[in-house]
Ligand binder design. Structure first.
Ligand SMILES: C[S@@+](CC[C@H](N)C(=O)[O-])C[C@H]1O[C@@H](n2cnc3c(N)ncnc32)[C@H](O)[C@@H]1O
Length: 286
């Protein structure tokens, strides 16, 4: 469980408002999605159904449609405004289906998905282990979960700058890669592989960074956030503290991108041993 839970209602509203301008500023998210797609080059899988969970405006749903032209791609997001845009992706012959739902409670049938793809979204889930259990349920045996999320060093400069001003949480807390790997295993996934990629965006000024975060819908919506307006003076002190990070005339914003993938086992342990479905064994590649 997230010790500093996300206020889902606020998060959803924030993404709803962000939808119209999201693509204009989501350069990092788009680069992450492209890199995830590249990783599929090394995976032997011909999915019939792909779920893109936290699809946003459907940038990765469209890449998935191109990559798997015979597959049905289902864009899942809890913000309807995002999904409206995702539904327009692709061609009139081949568009993503859209499901408006919380990733923590997917309203999809058991074992109906071959590939569950989730880019830059899981940091918005309060109970990641339970979320993984839900992913395992909707994935078929032998299916693949491929995801990215953000690690604890993400926006470290902003976190440090705020810490020198007050004791509130101004930046969401992010889980460590090892904890995420352990959760995958406890949820029942097999062969998890995790790694981290560090990416840095540079900005002219702190307000430019704050504007981008706002446009992305990436507000801090945790319970421990400061309520009410942040005073002008405190904001000014945070900006001054952030200036210490300036290098070569630019301000860095660091992202720790956690990549993970894991497989659904072909057989599951039960109290009496293991259960293996004959139909599923027939589908298993030899
Ligand atoms: C940072 S955006 C990433 C969007 C897209 N995957 C991309 O890479 O551009 C996060 C998306 O996840 C959605 N989201 C966040 N928490 C969610 C949840 N619990 N259930 C479903 N969607 C969620 C938001 O509405 C938003 O569209």
């Amino acid at each position: 469980m997230n010790p500093n839970p996300i206020d889902k209602r606020l998060a959803r509203r924030s993404f709803e408002q962000a939808a119209p301008d999201y693509d204009r500023v989501a350069v990092l998210q788009q680069e992450i999605a492209r890199r995830m797609l590249d990783r599929l080059d090394y995976v032997k899988l011909t999915p019939s159904r792909v779920a893109d969970v936290g699809a946003g405006t459907g940038f990765s749903s469209e890449l998935l449609l191109h990559r798997y032209p015979r597959a049905q791609v289902v864009a899942v997001d809890f913000a309807l405004g995002m999904l409206r845009l995702a539904r327009r992706r692709g061609s009139w012959l081949h568009r993503p289906r859209a499901v408006c739902a919380d990733a923590e409670a997917l309203p999809l049938a058991d074992t109906c998905v071959d590939l569950l793809f989730s880019s830059a979204t899981l940091q918005w889930c309060n109970d990641l282990e339970e979320t993984f259990r839900g992913f395992l349920r909707v994935l078929r045996p032998g299916g693949l979960l491929l995801f990215t999320t953000f690690g604890p060093d993400t926006l470290g400069e902003l976190r440090q700058a705020w810490a020198s001003v007050d004791g509130y949480s101004h930046v969401s807390s992010f889980l460590d890669l090892h904890d995420i790997g352990d959760m995958l295993v406890r949820a029942g996934f097999a062969d998890p592989v995790m790694d981290v990629e560090r990416m840095t965006l540079t900005y002219e000024s702190v307000p430019a960074l704050m504007r981008d975060l706002k446009t992305l819908g990436a507000h801090n919506v945790t319970g421990a956030r400061a309520r009410g307006l942040t005073g002008r003076q405190r904001l000014q002190r945070m900006v001054e503290a952030y200036e210490r990070f300036r290098r070569d005339g630019r301000l860095p914003a660091s992202y720790e991108v956690v990549h993970g993938h894991a497989w659904v086992p072909w057989q599951r342990a039960t109290a009496d041993g293991v259960a293996v479905s004959v139909e599923l064994l027939r589908r298993r590649p030899r």
